[in-house]
Design a protein around this ligand. Structure first.
Ligand code: APR
Length: 262
């Protein structure tokens, strides 16, 4: 990756009228959380989980909760890593771009809550948030301490529906309220910053194509090539935690040069 690439990426982002970022597991690798695919991926080691996780939950929510409470296999490893993790410079860089009003919205596929901890506010967690629970009937979200696990599966205090973890299981539809916000933001987006995603899982993986379809710009940050790389205007072949802070510095210099308030 040449210095000129960061310059060009900074110019493209500042030329964007409505910049949205789509992030994936790769942005949290430098926080000690393994990605799912590619080198060091959880699925690479354990194999992809069954694609009918949600149907299995619905078939026996009590048993699914008992498994959740017991935590075994990759689930234990995933939760251990998530519990200890802290945001890294890449998370803080995106929060700063939001503060500078350069980044208008952030869609993350990550369930690790690290973007929020880093200070991002305009954010949609399309695959849910590990630290929350959700009613599958009325979509109400709850903090774990609000829900008693005396009887399993726990029930929604508002509508009596079944409560599950807020994270979206394979085979589960994305909650309508979150999907609507994502589609609203992507419809306004003319420049998308893709950070640490293999762009493999839909509907999130469709968002870059929507932007491309209306001749928007795609900027990718990933140490490895992805299926999207050939379609990106710039692909920064680097770790997010190393390149995003440099990109923010480059953008701040340009904003100062144009006399924009920081
Ligand atoms: N910085 C940036 N990108 C990185 C880094 C890093 N330090 N390390 C790895 N990557 C890249 C990998 O090269 C890979 O392309 O991050 C990407 C992670 O891809 P996946 O593991 O497939 O993660 P993601 O795209 O978020 O997966 C989507 O799949 O399994 C489901 O629900 C899960 O949300 C997840 C979804």
């Amino acid at each position: 990756m040449e210095n000129g690439d960061i310059e060009r990426a900074g110019r493209l982002i500042l030329a964007g009228k409505y910049v949205v970022s789509l992030t994936g597991a790769g942005i949290s690798v430098e926080s000690g959380i393994r990605p799912f695919r590619g080198p060091g991926g959880l699925w690479t080691e354990y194999g992809e989980p069954p694609m009918n996780g949600y149907q299995r939950f619905l078939a026996d929510p009590k048993a699914s909760w008992e498994r959740r409470v017991k935590r075994e296999g990759y689930n234990r490893e995933l939760h251990e890593g998530l519990r200890k993790a802290q945001p890294n410079p890449a998370h803080y860089a995106l929060a700063e771009l939001e503060e500078l009003r350069v980044l208008r919205y952030l869609i993350t596929q990550n369930i690790d809550n690290l973007h929020r901890v880093a200070g991002s506010k305009k954010i949609a967690e399309i695959h849910g948030n590990l630290s929350k629970l959700r009613c599958i009937q009325c979509n109400s979200r709850y903090e774990p301490e609000e829900i008693s696990l005396e009887t399993l599966p726990p029930r929604c205090p508002r509508c009596g529906g079944i409560i599950k973890g807020d994270t979206v299981m394979f085979g589960e539809p994305i909650p309508a309220d979150v999907l609507e916000v994502c589609q609203e933001e992507v419809s306004k987006c003319d420049c998308m910053l893709l950070v640490g995603t293999s762009a493999f899982v839909y509907p999130a993986a469709g968002f870059p194509w929507q932007v491309k379809g209306k001749e928007g710009m795609l900027i990718e940050v990933n140490p490895y090539e992805t299926e999207l790389t050939p379609f990106c205007n710039i692909s920064l072949r680097s770790k997010a935690g190393e390149v995003l802070p440099r990109l923010v510095e480059c953008i701040k210099v340009k904003l100062q040069e144009t006399g924009s308030p920081l």
